[in-house]
Each structure stands twice: as C-alpha cells, then as structure tokens.
Design a protein around this ligand. Sequence first.
Ligand SMILES: Nc1nc2c(ncn2[C@@H]2O[C@H](COP(=O)(O)OP(=O)(O)OP(=O)(O)O)[C@@H](O)[C@H]2O)c(=O)[nH]1
Length: 313
Amino acid sequence: MQPIMPMDQMHAVLSAMPDLVFILTRSGRYSAVYGGTDARYYHDGSSLIGMRIADMVVAEKAQWFLTQIEATLQQKNLQIVEYSLAGSDVKGLTTDGPSQPIWFEGRVQALPFQVDGEDAVLWVSSNITARKELEDKLRLLSETDPLTGLYNRRKLMATLEAQFQICARYATPTAVLIFDIDHFKRINDEHGHQAGDRVLTAVAHVCRAELRVTDVAARLGGDEFVILMPETTQAQAAPFAERLRMMITELLKVLTRGLEAGTVSAGLSELLAGDAGIDDVMARADRALYQAKRSGRNRIVLHDAASAGSSPD
Ligand SMILES: Nc1nc2c(ncn2[C@@H]2O[C@H](COP(=O)(O)OP(=O)(O)OP(=O)(O)O)[C@@H](O)[C@H]2O)c(=O)[nH]1
C-alpha cells in the first residue's frame, strides 16, 4: 500500500503542479486553485479562490464553463475541452503572466465527494498556445498558395464541395469563374520569372480588393485563377467578371509595359441542379475558358455560349 503523505507535503505537491488545477463546484465556485506558478505560461489564479465563475469571467465564457462542469458531472467520465482566454476575460488577475490570449486544454474529471456541500470537478488547464499557433501555421500552409496568399487548389475544391452541398440542399446559386492571363509565358520570357511572379501577386491583390467577403479567390496553379461567388448566378456574376477582367487588364498594361500579354481570358459557369459533383461545374467553366482562348482571347465566355462551340476534349 502506498504510504500516506503528510498534508503539508500533499499540499506542496499540488502547488508544484506544472499546470493550473482548479476545484470547481457545480454552481461554478472556485473552491481551490493549485499549481501553474510559471508566469510565462499562466496568470496567478489564487485570487479566484472563493469566487464564482459568473462573477469573474465574461458572461458568454462563464456560461460555457458552467455547461462543461454540468456535462462532466452528468457523464462522470473525463472531458477534454479546448478554449481560449485573454487576461481581460478574467477579472481581478494580476498583470503578471502572458499578455496575449492563451489557448488551454482543459481535462475535467468529476470528484467522488462533495466540496463545500456541492458536487465538484477537478479541472486541469494546460497552456497549449504554442501547439495551437503551430496548427494554425500548418493549416495556412496546407490551404494557401505561397506566392499569392490566395487559397490553393485543395482548399478551393474543399470550399466548392461545401458550396455544392449547400446548393443541393437549399437550391442557392454559386457562380464559378476561371481566368487565365493571356500569353503569360511571354511575360516570364521578356521580363524574367520574378517579374512574372510580381504580376501573379498583383493580380491576386486586385482579386482580394474587389471580391465580396463571401467570395473566394484561389490560384489553381501557373497563371490560372478561380473565383467562387456564392449566392450569385452566372448572369449576376457576369458584370463583376467583366469589371475584374478590365481591372486586371489595366494592371497588366502597366506591369508588362505594353507587351502583348496584357490581357485576360475567362470562362464563367454556375452550379446546376443536375450536377453530380463539383467536377461538372469546373469542367463547364474550363470549357468556356478554352472557348475564350480559341475565339481570340481577351474576353469572358459564359457557359451557355461555350457549350454551343467545340470543346477541348
Ligand atoms: N513567374 C511564374 N511563372 C509561372 C509560375 N507557374 C507557372 N508559370 C509559367 O506560366 C506559364 C504559363 O504558360 P502557358 O500555360 O503556356 O500559358 P500562356 O503563356 O499564358 O498562354 P495562353 O494561356 O494560351 O494564353 C509557363 O511559362 C510557366 O512556366 C509561377 O509561379 N511564377
């Protein structure tokens, strides 16, 4: 049998816990706070003892904590939750401790005895901010095109797939525009690859500035870009597409110094009720783009008009 540790040693062990440990009652009272004494990772929580969550934490977050405590008491098994808290979310903290919001992982376990006449949980908070930041960086890297900062093909397809599901359920339209810089290769050949990169970056900048917040711009690869316009039919998207084409053309004129590569071709389509999946709309927009290239470049072709012409396949 394990020897019983003297109370003062037991207390010292709890105080030395690397993470913050709370005993919280069902009504949200901080009965005890231990550990988490390294100010690089945690604020000193000792001032919370005897207080109630609802009095110490901003209302919306306090309610969230109470919900987690109740769930743990009812389910009686370990709950693992993630949440963020800024110093300003908690009243009465000392100014020591991190100044940025902290991400925590909370491990919450019901206690087999009552504390201060109430059911209670042990809540261990670990600072996981560094891990969260790394996750954010990795997500950004996996979803964006490093040159332009726009969504990459993978993220575009995932977004289009989500939009396809919304359209299938609620019959809302989504327009898809694919555009491509005409004779982009000449820009690279005449002005160098770096100049080509600057053109691609500037085009992305125009897209970002012109789009609505709900629109999505992506670089498919090379000099090919896609814009998704949720809640927008092909007909509604056409004037916007034309304005964008003209703005990019103006920009290219400046950046390419009159080279015969200063124009844009585009194909426009929309999700249709009978589509089996997102490949259908991408193929229609692509066919329309092909048609725009074939019929002299420097133009936008709408899917209906494109389907009347020949296709690349
Ligand atoms: N600067 C730069 N060039 C790239 C990048 N990715 C692809 N390219 C170049 O983009 C050019 C695309 O050329 P093509 O696909 O032949 O198309 P185009 O010259 O625009 O001709 P059309 O589309 O028929 O008008 C190729 O020369 C690629 O090497 C990039 O990230 N940066």
